[in-house]
Design a binder for this molecule. Sequence first.
Ligand code: OXD
Ligand code: MN
Length: 581
Amino acid sequence: MSTKNSALQTWVDQVASHTQPDAVHWCTGTDTEYQEMIELMLADGTLSALNAAQYPNCYLHRSDPSDVARVEHLTFVCMDNEDDAGPNNHWMKPAEAHAKVDALFDRCMKGRTMYVIPYCMGPIDSPYSRCGVEITDSAYVVVNMKLMTRMGNKALTRIESEGSFVKGLHSTGDLDPERRLIMHFPDELSIKSIGSGYGGNALLGKKCHALRIASYQARQEGWLAEHMLIVGLESPDGDVHYIACAFPSACGKTNLAMLIPPASLPGWKVWTLGDDIAWLHLDDDGKLRAINPESGYFGVVPGTNEKTNKNAYDMIKHDTIYTNVATTKNNEPWWEGKKDGSPATDWQGRDYDAANGTAAHPNSRFTVAATNNASYSSLAEAPEGVPISAIVFGGRRKKLAPLVYEAKSWEHGVLIGAGVASETTAANIGEVGVVRRDPMAMKPFCGYNFADYWAHWLSFAKRSDKLPRIFHVNWFRQNDDGEFLWPGFGENLRVLRWIIDRCEDRVAANETPIGYLPHPVDIDTTDLDISDAAMTALTSIDRDQWRAEMESIGEYFDTYGDRLPAALRQQQQDIVKALMS
Ligand code: OXD
Ligand code: MN
């Protein structure tokens, strides 16, 4: 096959001559093609079939044990000027980066097939969507991209009529971590990734395109590409509010996006638009509208069960690709927290032995099409997206952060987002459980200098007076015995209800220097086993601890030097002052 788009054809030909594959396959995106790829991988051992009676069309992939998560230390943003990439990114000069990575791509596809995957991030007919083409030598990437994006012929047709697309070149290389690099070239709208077959490093539509490249493109074009779930909350009288929530990796975005209302909130319904990424645009009326650029989920498996996320638990019972889970003796997938069955084989294919650690890898994943999800919103396909009532930031904080609070203005909300911090999880290679600053949950994903990114966020206040309200939540607060103060999961809807009531001006709040906190009586705790003391802790602030936090945010801001927007510094200093008075 070939294409009418000469830039695409030339690039494909150049890559083929550089990487020397045995064959070139242009992906059509059909179900038949998907099935052929599955058969190919079952034959060569890349996949194994799971119990077909209990888990029809489900397959297991075991990655190389050294290739199980994103690798931030090997991920680069390559621009001429180091300051444009900012202290939040690893940086390399484009010429040096190309030379380094191109040497690794030299003849790397010998003996392999090169797949060309045209894809569209967002509904195929949405003006907010953007296209890309990923070239890869991994059939596993092809089937994952089929589940996660609108890929194949329709995307190619859009690329041919539109002309522009993001170029993503990927090879698993030899999987040697010493020869693994994930390079982004925002000015060229291109990505080169080699040496990893794992999710975010290999499925280039996701973090590389829809966040790192798109965030840069969004700044130039006046929109936002964010690490946010999008969910619709329908009240018993049929009103639907859409909210977009930015939480760091593995802080429960997927669970919140698929939340099942608790029995104590009869008549409420929750609709999933997206679980990881939102593209936000101002419409002609000044309303912020969101689309989910993805069409599937690449979710963390451990912890998923009927109680924590029944929608996810059910949707991954069929037509799902599992990566790095354990299996039972009946060849069903198994993971820690499944609450059903027991492991016979661990994620590396060894007989399960607790001495080897967890049975499933803590960052094991499911890949599944969004249409498998019972709570999938039909508006996820709407070209115009959905209007956003509230933006919600959050993090995993044992101490300090209350259950929920609201920003006093858009500028204050930008400060709250810029101050997000969270305890690290297994979604990235590195230490787990240490608090790190993760502004807007974008630390690993912002494709340019955070200081410029915050200025871009702030600029929205000048462009619209209909912006959503901004909130912060923390489901993870603990007491001194290490017990969670808030039950979380479905019960989080009680907090989201307060957020909606605030957006509708239906409930008063307690004004504090850090923002508006709920009066404890305004969070419905009917039927919850939660003490008054716990509710007080969840809805109040410790001024000394907060002063230290705000000062630490100030020190973090110092690392951005003169580029830090003055309005953000002002917000931070005003709060420090208010906490001292
Ligand atoms: C993810 C992540 O995989 O944020 O979504 O790491
Ligand atoms: Mn994510």
